[in-house]
Design a protein around this ligand. Structure first.
Ligand code: GDP
Ligand code: MG
Length: 303
């Protein structure tokens, strides 16, 4: 019942399934495997939208969704991961984005997650929820503040990562800070209604050619204004052409390893090496097999 309703993109039904993919209790794993089996193969393109708080990611996404839906049959899900350090603000922004989406548009869905544990990164269940949404929607947009390890996470999660920047009016070093310039596939200079945007655009371009001297072609810099809508259609058009970057197997391998490291660190890695391929009975069984096996393995190791 729920599955059919979710297939028809009934928002309540989709949310009920999302809850199963956010459930960290061991029993939920089997339920997830069954849901995924029923739904069949994933089809969505996953787009990562990263950038510092305030750059205009949520405002831009609120513009991009109708632009992606226009003149198409596409359906679009948005998963917004709010930074833990902005809990109240993050929740408020989420609510604001949600109301922008609550227009009864059947082909769109919005969900926010709090990443309480991981500063700036993906929430622990972000990957799980994308496994579901990719089977229900054509496009899944993941909005996150991408810093540190999470930059690599979003690269694995998404087929294309867009870094949203705002005009700084300052020096170009800011664009190079913390190596953020290495990860994104494309750049979006937002708030182009701001007169400072023009200069920032040229600074970003020269920063990019300095930071990536060996790239044959510099990544695209889209210029948008979420306020006026300028450049949004061009960005949406480019998004429609994105193809897959990783296979689901590669993604599962990466996020399983990340989970092992989060839970058990180097010990977990050693156990995985000793246990062989824990993923060969599927991703949903792997965490349970890991948890069931590592205790005994540690006991043996002590003897
Ligand atoms: N002038 C201008 N302001 C914008 C634009 N996009 C977003 N903002 C404003 O920037 C602030 C942060 O926007 P928000 O979408 O919440 O940013 P996020 O934290 O990156 O998701 C809000 O006050 C927005 O109204 C834009 O294109 N032009
Ligand atoms: Mg936001």
């Amino acid at each position: 019942m729920t599955l059919d309703a979710a297939r028809a993109l009934n928002k309540h039904a989709v949310s009920k399934l999302v809850a199963v993919f956010e459930d960290t209790r061991p029993a939920a794993a089997e339920q997830r495997a069954e849901i995924l089996r029923e739904l069949g193969p994933a089809r969505a393109t996953v787009l990562g939208i990263t950038g510092t708080p305030g750059a205009g990611k949520s405002s831009l996404v609120a513009r991009l969704v109708p632009a992606l839906l226009a003149d198409s049959e596409l359906s679009v899900a948005v998963l917004a991961v709010d930074p833990a350090s902005h809990v109240s603000g993050g929740a408020l922004l989420g609510d604001r984005t949600r109301t922008r989406f609550a227009t009864g548009e059947k082909r769109s869905y919005f969900r926010s997650q709090s990443n309480a544990a991981e500063l700036g990164g993906l929430a622990p269940t972000t990957f799980q929820v994308t496994r579901l949404l990719k089977r229900l929607f054509d496009v899944v947009i993941v909005e996150t503040v991408g810093i540190g390890q999470s930059e690599l996470d979003i690269r694995y999660l998404a087929d294309h990562v867009y870094l949203v920047l705002q005009p700084l009016g300052g020096d170009e070093i800011q664009f190079l800070k913390a190596g953020i310039i290495e990860i994104p596939d494309s750049f979006v200079l937002n708030k182009c209604d701001d007169p400072a945007a023009r200069q920032s655009y040229y600074q970003l371009r020269s920063s990019l050619s300095l930071a990536r001297p060996f790239d044959e072609e510099l990544p695209t810099i889209f210029r948008t204004s979420a306020r006026t809508g300028e450049g949004v259609d061009e960005l949406a058009a480019a998004m429609r052409t994105i193809g897959p970057r990783h296979t689901d197997d590669e993604r599962e391998q990466y996020f399983f390893t990340r989970w092992v490291e989060d839970e058990w660190g180097a010990t977990g890695r050693r156990y995985v090496a000793a246990a062989g391929n824990l993923l060969d009975q599927g991703f949903d069984a792997a965490q349970g097999r890991f948890s069931a096996g590592i205790g005994e393995w540690l006991g043996k190791a002590e003897r």
